[in-house]
Design a binder for this molecule. Structure first.
Ligand code: UD1
Length: 418
């Protein structure tokens, strides 16, 4: 298993291009099962979640091949509607395939999904939504079995605005008979991206981003060449790293609007931020000032996927902060690791109470999940002395060429195989 060795205390300077969004690419790859025509997804990040999704597509009988940074999927040969345990466990997003596999085969069998261990990640809303479209669902031996004669549009009210459930229902509804309306839908930019992708295939989806998504079923979908949106979480991680290390950094190829909740907080921290077209410029020259309260919320609120990195920033601010996690339980597993670096954090229920210290100190820490791992890396980059971050396979799930990009900004970080 690889680890990072990081020498902290280096200011970040330069320009970095933001990768294509992991959370857009995964459902889009799942959606490619819905058509017999070839689909090309451009500039796909080289991360293990995507590689696992490509493996799953292969297991369904689709041909998915890398062409440079792009992936071309030909699903005309798809002939299997079962996703085995070993693959489903490696990738939570395998659950997105339920909607498209059931739409294609009228049958699907998938093992309960895996992914980050950040607390209970139920799929009840996915299943309730699919049932409303006419799918019969049974569960046995850790497998979800789905069957239907046909899919029929319906109105679906989500109990909470789940990103995955919204996407899964969109995938099942796009070729259903009649119209589906998803109420209390998630409003994340990646939902709108999936809508745009489905429409590029010839689907009729509207309303994404508004909380009410309307899908008019069509008989057949075609192919397309598609560039998904930029990864706002990778972008946010670079911004937080710059705020912590000090520096002057330009992010390219990003939509600043999708990051407004973070930009707002970083300004309160005392960073200078400017956004122009698809660029964000950040300048951080002195110790950040604590933001009193940060609460994760569904979009457009503060993203849970930046909670860990933001807490790392709070650790070195002047003053105290409270970070509250409202989406996932146990998303504070990285806290004991930050404490090894001298952070002063107390977790009570869903909130982390952070008292800012002047400096963090280098230490050996262990990544337990994707975003928590990224938080340990940015903390180590801002710390005095040398750190090691172990078990970085979690980080490889979501950040492509992470150490290369950070090194290009002046960080001292290298990967070592053990
Ligand atoms: C997606 C993102 C993930 C992000 C999360 C929240 C992808 C591949 N992953 O995950 O990076 O952290 O959105 O922005 O896009 N819930 C239920 N029942 C369900 C489904 C969800 O109770 O059937 C709850 C969850 O426990 C959680 C909340 O809804 O409390 C949000 O989860 P959801 O939006 O579904 O997250 P994911 O789609 O898994």
């Amino acid at each position: 298993m690889d680890k990072y060795i990081i020498s902290g205390g280096r200011r970040l300077e330069g320009r970095v291009r933001v990768q294509t969004a992991k959370n857009s690419v995964l459902p889009i790859l799942a959606a490619a099962v819905l058509t017999d025509e070839p689909v090309t997804v451009l500039n796909v990040p080289d991360i293990t979640d995507v590689r696992n999704m490509v493996k799953i597509l292969g297991c369904l009988g689709c041909k998915a091949v890398y062409c440079g940074n792009d992936i071309v999927i030909d699903s005309s040969s798809a002939d299997n509607c079962e996703i085995p345990r070993a693959l489903a466990h490696e990738l939570r997003s395998s659950v997105f395939l339920l909607g498209s596999v059931i739409s294609r085969f009228r049958r699907a069998k998938i093992a309960y999904p895996g992914g980050c261990d950040i607390g209970l990640r139920p799929v009840d809303l996915h299943l309730t939504g699919l049932k409303r479209l006419g799918v019969k669902i049974t569960e046995s031996n850790g497998y979800i079995n789905c069957e239907c004669e046909k899919l029929t549009g319906n109105e679906i009210m989500l109990d909470c605005p789940s990103v995955g459930a919204t996407e899964n229902i969109m995938l099942a509804a796009v070729r259903a008979e009649g119209t589906t309306v998803i109420k209390n839908a998630a409003r994340e930019p990646e939902i709108e991206d999936l809508q745009n992708f489905l429409n590029a295939l010839g689907g009729r989806v509207r309303g994404a981003g508004s909380g009410s998504v309307v899908v008019e079923g069509v008989k057949k979908l075609g192919g397309c060449i598609y560039q998904p949106i930029a990864d706002r979480i990778e972008a946010g991680t670079f911004l937080i790293a710059t705020a912590m290390c000090g520096g002057d950094v330009e992010l390219n190829g990003v939509n600043p609007e999708n990051l407004s909740s973070l930009l707002h907080k970083l300004r309160e921290n005392g960073c200078k931020l400017r956004a122009k077209n698809d660029k964000i410029f950040i300048r951080s020259d002195r110790r950040p000032v604590a933001v009193k309260s940060i609460e994760t919320q569904p979009y457009p609120g503060f993203p849970t996927d930046l909670q860990a990195q933001m807490t790392a920033l709070c650790c070195i601010c002047s003053g105290n902060s409270i970070v509250t996690e409202n989406l996932f339980e146990t998303r504070f597993k990285y806290v004991p690791e930050l404490r090894k670096m001298g952070a002063d954090i107390t977790v009570i229920d869903r909130s982390a109470f952070v008292r800012g210290v002047e400096k963090l100190k280098g230490a050996t820490t262990v990544a337990h999940d994707l975003r928590g791992g990224a938080a340990l890396v940015v903390a180590a980059m801002a710390a005095e002395g040398e750190s090691e971050v172990l078990d970085i396979s979690h980080i490889d799930r979501g950040y492509a060429r992470f150490e290369h990009k950070l090194s290009s900004l002046g960080a001292r970080i290298r990967r070592v195989g053990i």
